[in-house]
Design a protein around this ligand. Structure first.
Ligand SMILES: [Zn+2]
Length: 397
């Protein structure tokens, strides 16, 4: 038996006036998602536990059978896993953004989407100045990593702020807290003084000349230690592989003991290579039991408030990825399609409402649901399910 999970990031939505009171999933042409829903069983999945933030890593942990309330330790260590960075038990991994600071205000959490090539130069300068405090790793674009090895005492008490949540606000109000904590003091000195090093860096001087925002400060946040997760092989005896362009998502898979596949042309954006994701996913099924394929594009469209792009991303997942997977599956298999969380066009951010999910399994019964969408799923035979129980249903335990 082979198992496949396809996640369209942020696919679920709210009804929209411009779509005649329908959601993007309801108006999109998606015969393959509907095939799974109408031949299989459906329900709503609570991927974000009450009281937790509707972030992708939390939802992904749920989908992969780990209750985030027990296992989630923040995004830093998950991104580290996705970047092949080994963490010791006492190491503390932070996300390290390159940001734009203007007159004491956080002007841009992404430093005008600084490129990876530029970031490599800038992070190298940061490394030169603060390498004694920890290890810096260049990631993708504005997203990098900072690891304090054998984190000093008191580091478990500090609180940091995600920069995308405080754009336009005074940075002095959002520095690492509590202010009298020694680790917080060290980190705040590093953040504040990074401005001198970065604003005078030739890469930023060139950016400013070209009318781009300078990546003139680092911002550390999302810190945590390596989560202690039993692997899927230990839990269920299945060997898994994960396909995603996003380090954070890959990292959840790696912590679950899955092999991460590098897929050429996977960008994490609208232009991603859907066909290659399907091709590499199917190939991986030859020597894995479970393949998890993640597509970021609908979430990007949700954040941009772009309804056309969102519908297009859903249709691309259906015709260019899911169709090929269904074509390539032979013999006994079970497949599930779902989003991780909604990223509604109106909200332009993640929300924690339960998401529709459908599972088709060869030989299993079907329920009365005919279409894959937010409202049809409510009538599915699974009812409302806790996110971390999805895998039990897929594996039919
Ligand atoms: Zn997401």
């Amino acid at each position: 038996m082979k198992f496949v999970i396809v996640v369209g990031d942020g696919m679920a939505d709210y009804p929209l006036e411009e779509l005649g009171g329908k959601t993007p999933l309801q108006v999109a042409d998606k015969p393959n998602m509907d095939w799974i829903a109408s031949r299989g069983r459906n329900g709503l999945l609570k991927t974000v536990p009450r009281g937790m933030e509707p972030e992708t890593d939390i939802a992904m942990m749920s989908i992969l059978s780990y209750d985030p309330r027990k296992y989630h330790t923040c995004r830093g260590p998950l991104e580290a896993a996705g970047m092949d960075i080994e963490l010791g038990k006492e190491d503390l991994a932070f996300r390290c953004n390159l940001i734009t600071e203007e007159k004491g205000i956080i002007a841009d959490y992404s430093a005008g989407h600084v490129t990876t090539e530029e970031a490599r130069e800038l992070i190298s300068a940061v490394k030169g100045a603060y390498g004694h405090l920890g290890d810096f790793y260049t990631g993708v674009g504005y997203r990098h990593l900072f690891v304090m090895r054998n984190a000093p005492r008191g580091s478990d008490k500090i609180k940091t702020a995600p920069p995308h949540g405080i754009v336009g606000e005074r940075l002095s109000e959002h520095l690492v807290k509590p202010k009298n904590n020694e680790v917080a003091k060290t980190l705040n000195e590093m953040i504040l003084s990074s401005k001198q090093i970065l604003s005078s860096h030739p890469t930023n001087i060139t950016r400013v000349k070209r009318g781009r925002k300078p990546a003139n400060m680092i911002w550390v946040w999302g810190q945590g230690k390596k989560p202690r997760m039993e692997t899927l092989a230990e839990k269920y005896g299945v060997k898994g592989a994960i396909v995603s362009a996003v380090n954070l998502v890959k990292g959840v898979g790696v912590c679950a003991g899955m092999n991460k596949l590098e897929v050429p042309g996977a960008t994490g954006y609208y232009d991603t290579n859907y066909e290659n994701k399907a091709k590499f996913g199917l190939k991986a099924l030859e020597d894995h039991d479970l393949v998890f394929i993640h597509v970021e594009a609908p979430d990007e469209a949700g954040h941009a408030g772009d309804v056309e792009r969102k519908i297009e991303a859903i249709e691309n997942i259906d015709s260019r990825l899911l169709a090929k997977i269904l074509d390539g599956l032979k013999d006994e298999y079970a497949i599930s399609i779902l989003p991780d969380h909604p990223t509604p066009i109106k909200v332009r951010n993640h929300v924690s409402d339960p998401v529709p999910f459908a599972i088709y399994s060869t030989g299993d019964q079907r329920d009365a649901v005919k279409s894959f969408d937010e409202s049809s799923a409510k009538r599915g035979s699974f009812g409302i399910l806790e996110g971390y129980k999805l895998l039990d249903k897929l594996l039919q335990l």
